[in-house]
Design a protein around this ligand. Structure first.
Ligand SMILES: [Zn+2]
Length: 202
């Protein structure tokens, strides 16, 4: 169940069951990994509520959203943010997302290589102290001395990199939508919304 955001001028927004028009669309360029989008929003707040909780209450309450879907595979849309009332809250959310991306990208590591077999060792900067280890590949002692490391690099796994990319993309999108004065709609994809649109198949 991935979330999909879309902004378009108010006068173009159509009701369910029509599909939102292709003209004047603004959409964030998010990777097709919905866990990354969910994770990107984790820890961010919108109008004193957690952003993810707001999305869920908009899309999974007893009253289904009333606006048209953004496209095939997605359910009806709800208004996530409406300018000008939601402008400050959305800009704050954009700041928050960028702050989270900066913070989580900020962890650095020092790197060493085994002089014998070139096996690589990286230790988060905060945890570095001079210590000698035995290379787990060849058994040669490797001295993890900060003054003799090969240098610093970002310690970030590919998934977290994707999450941070989502955060920056969403922040840019929210700012752009508010600058244009367009409402931000959100919908949800996946089985629940796709069901009923296509004939059942075994
Ligand atoms: Zn080695």
């Amino acid at each position: 169940m991935g979330f999909r955001f879309l902004a378009l001028p108010s006068h173009r927004v159509v009701d369910h069951p029509r599909t939102q028009p292709d003209e004047d669309r603004l959409e964030p360029d998010l990777p097709p990994i919905h866990e990354a989008v969910e994770r990107a929003l984790a820890g961010a707040e919108f109008r004193d509520a957690r952003a993810r909780d707001r999305l869920r209450s908009l899309l999974q309450s007893d009253r289904p959203p009333k606006l048209g879907s953004p496209g095939v595979g997605f359910g009806p849309s709800a208004v996530f943010a409406q300018p000008p009332g939601d402008l400050p809250a959305l800009l704050r959310l954009a700041d928050e997302l960028e702050g989270l991306a900066r913070m989580e990208a900020g962890e650095r590591a020092l790197v060493w290589k085994c002089g014998e077999c070139n096996a690589r060792y990286a230790v988060p900067v905060a945890l570095v102290r001079t210590v000698s280890i035995l290379c787990e590949r060849c058994g040669t002692p490797v001295e993890l001395n900060p003054t003799r490391s090969l240098g610093e690099e970002a310690l970030i796994d590919p998934f977290l990199g994707t999450v941070n990319q989502c955060r920056r993309e969403l922040a840019t999108f929210f700012r752009e939508a508010m600058a244009r004065g367009w409402p931000v709609l959100v919908s949800q994809g996946g089985d629940a919304s796709a069901r009923g649109k296509e004939p059942a198949r075994e």
